[in-house]
Design a protein around this ligand. Structure first.
Ligand code: GFB
Length: 316
């Protein structure tokens, strides 16, 4: 299942989406490999345009690709922009994966998401649960695009022998996250809310939904390490989950964040906002079996993410 180790040494490695939270963490992690990192900004290259992607890739000739470019966002952004989450993501990944085949890229890692699993699949979510039931409605558009990406990698492997693999990360957080309250995921949103409430002396902080859904959170530097690990050590048709190993309720998450930030007030709940899927915890037995495990504890990761927020985003 693992195949021969793949060497990144002296390779031209393209991190598609290098400005995003995941892509930038992969770029930082690649500093420890002796490879040359290729990157294109959105100004230079619109990844939704097939011809532009083909021309750029033919020119720079990447040997290896981390496909971390995607339209991403939290539960409200997903629910409000179904067209972009479906179409832009399908276009981006189709352009890159099909061109990678055309120009003979040696290895490609596609990044999916734990929302590919059915809403009510058995927990922890095993890779075999894919397509065994209906998706969570709030993020079905994004999920369908990501499922298609997994299938594209498998299809190119089966038909042409391309070494294209996929990883399914759980909910991520860390440096470079999106802290905009309307489009962000819950963890950065609660950092902002707790910080603002502390600074303005508010007595309450509003949580969307009921606070009871359970989520697993992985520090993005850990994910980047897992991506490089998989690129070097895994080759196979099966996609692999990448998680932290345990989950918390949204209320518990809010308590940890409040503690780290220093907010001492109470929580109130906005029941007009959706809860989304009741639980998302990945079964990472297959990845752990290959020898990789997450190392950043949730509280320590939140402290680092808050520090990054204070240095880069607070007061903007
Ligand atoms: O992180 P999140 O936006 O997305 O929300 P999902 C997780 C949970 O936190 C939901 C609650 O139950 C939210 O209602 N929540 C509480 C909040 N307060 C807040 C808040 O202030 N902001 C936000 N954003 N949530 C996403 C998918 O699902 O997970 C994406 O929509 C992707 O497609 C991502 O897969 C990993 O975990 O529900």
């Amino acid at each position: 299942m693992t195949g021969a180790p793949y060497s990144l040494t002296e390779k031209r490695v393209w991190v598609a989406g290098h400005r995003g939270m995941v892509g930038s963490a992969i770029v930082r992690r690649l500093d420890r490999e002796r490879c040359s990192v290729l990157a294109a900004t959105h100004k230079d290259l619109d990844l939704t345009r097939q011809r532009d992607v083909e021309d750029w890739m033919a020119e720079v000739k990447p040997q290896c690709i981390f496909l971390a470019a995607a339209v991403v966002g939290g539960i409200l952004a997903n629910d409000s922009h179904p067209a972009a989450f479906l179409t832009d993501n399908l276009q981006i990944q189709t352009n890159i994966i099909s061109t990678a085949h055309k120009i003979g890229v040696e290895k490609l890692l596609f990044l999916g998401s734990s929302c590919i699993y059915p809403k009510l699949a058995k927990q922890p979510l095993n890779e075999d649960a894919l397509l065994t039931g209906p998706l969570e409605p709030t993020n079905q558009w994004y999920a369908v695009a990501k499922i298609a990406g997994v299938k594209q990698c498998q299809a190119y492997r089966r038909e042409y022998g391309c070494d294209f693999i996929s990883a399914m990360p759980t909910n991520l957080y860390g440096p470079g996250d999106n802290f905009d309250l309307l489009s962000s995921h819950v963890l950065p949103a609660l950092i902002v809310k707790a910080h603002n409430a502390k600074v303005s002396g508010d007595k309450t902080l509003t949580l969307w939904g009921s606070g009871t859904p359970r989520r697993e959170f992985l520090y993005v530097e850990d994910l980047a390490d897992a991506c490089v690990f998989l690129m070097k050590n895994y080759s196979g048709d099966r996609f692999l989950n990448v998680g932290f190993g345990s989950d918390v309720t949204i209320r518990e998450l809010a308590e940890i964040i409040s503690d780290v930030v220093g907010f001492k007030g109470a929580f109130v709940y906005d029941s007009e906002k959706p809860d989304g899927t009741p639980q998302k915890l990945l079964d990472c037995a297959r990845l752990n079996g290959l020898g990789w495990r997450a190392s950043t504890d949730l509280r320590a990761g939140i402290a680092k993410a808050y520090e990054w927020y204070l240095q880069n985003e607070a007061g903007k």
